[in-house]
Design a protein around this ligand. Structure first.
Ligand code: 5GP
Ligand code: MN
Length: 350
């Protein structure tokens, strides 16, 4: 991670201290890093700085992540669009975390764009839309938005160590970093381990976090995982694994938000697989998750063919019908065609 510019830190400090109320916003279908980073900032603003803050999530929180949500901190934009718009409209400061473009805030986008408040971005994705913000902390050489926020908070005047952060902030930072690294399986930097070490030393209960994150799923998740691996997964001759969950499959296994978290990583364990693609049916489009091995760009594939983006080896997007494909049944053919070209054009240097 690069050194955080002192002038930017001072500017952020002034913005945080000068704001009566702060709208903290993250991306649609919030994951552990989205909720961890926003919750960490919420505790800091509320308990350390005594500010009024709300976290605006574009849609509902998955059940396995509910445990980190602080009481009265969250406003679900999809459940209360007018309340969300009113809060954003009246906020003195807007802080966006774990997103690179405002379209990722879905139902909150229009309110954020029309807000006259100062806007801050704290993110770790490629290609941030810097023009939409007054102050940007963008760092790709970091595990998570939570890790970046951790070092930003420590750099603020008077903070210095994790002992000066609220307990809720420490715990939420650990959650966000843990989920975005897939429990230390990817995107781990020396700074990531240093952060984890400091948080552990300060008393964060990692065993409790892991039990909440990974050992409290419904049985349906594992039945669905079995069906994916035995029936749905295809692997092309170029080493592209893909599986498509249509609405019939989603109903059959009673899949809710969060139940399929991590599925897209599974095919990467196979030697000949280079890229893994997971399509999940939504309203008029497939939500797309892409993961790649080193040397193959999930980000480029998402940008070029799935209306999305993300990180080099972990990206996402959407495949719409009738814009991209005639209908949902065309998705497999689309994947086969575009990846054949993509893999041929983007062979890594040997
Ligand atoms: P996931 O597959 O876990 O949903 O997302 C993987 C990564 O890609 C995350 O960092 C996420 O922020 C990003 N991502 C997922 N969906 C989209 C999308 O529709 N657009 C963009 N720009 N990024 C996405
Ligand atoms: Mn993230």
């Amino acid at each position: 991670m690069k050194q955080l510019p002192p002038d930017k830190i001072l500017r952020l400090d002034a913005l945080l201290r000068g704001a009566g109320s702060v709208a903290i916003i993250t991306h649609t279908h919030p994951d552990g890093d989205a909720l961890g980073s926003t919750t960490a900032l919420w505790y800091f603003l509320t308990l350390t700085l005594g500010r009024k803050a709300r976290i605006l999530v574009p849609d509902a929180v998955a059940s396995n992540l509910q445990f980190i949500v602080a009481e009265d901190s969250l406003l679900d934009v999809s459940a209360d669009p007018s309340g969300a718009a009113a809060f954003i409209g009246s906020a003195d400061l807007v802080v966006c975390l774990d997103l690179n473009v405002l379209s990722r805030t879905a139902g909150a986008e229009a309110s954020v764009r029309s807000s006259r408040a100062a806007k801050v971005l704290i993110d770790h994705h490629l290609s941030p839309a810097v023009e939409d913000f007054d102050l940007v902390f963008s760092e790709t050489e970091t595990s998570s938005a939570s890790e970046l926020l951790h070092y930003i908070l420590l750099a603020l005047p008077g903070i210095g160590t994790v002992d000066n952060l609220p307990e809720g902030t420490r715990r939420a930072l650990m959650v966000g970093m843990t989920t975005d690294t897939n429990n230390f399986a990817n995107s781990v930097f020396p700074t990531t381990l240093a952060m984890a070490s400091a948080l552990l030393a300060a008393g964060v209960d990692r065993d409790d976090i892991l039990a909440n994150l990974y050992n409290r799923y419904g049985e349906n998740r594992f039945r669905a995982m079995g069906a994916v691996l035995s029936e749905l997964m295809h692997i092309t001759s170029d080493g592209v694994a893909y599986f498509i969950m249509d609405s019939v499959f989603l109903r059959k296994f009673e899949i809710c938000e969060g139940d399929t978290e991590g599925f897209v990583n599974l095919p990467l364990g196979i030697d000949r697989v280079r890229i893994s693609i997971f399509l999940k049916e939504d309203d008029g489009y497939y939500r797309t998750s892409i993961r790649s091995k080193k040397g193959w760009s999930a980000n480029m594939l998402a940008r070029e063919h799935f209306n999305g983006g993300g990180h080099e080896c972990a990206a996402g997007g959407r495949l719409y019908w009738p814009e991209d494909i005639a209908g949902p049944e065309e998705a497999a053919g689309y994947i086969e065609t575009v990846t054949a070209r993509f893999m041929c054009n983007r062979k890594p240097e040997i």
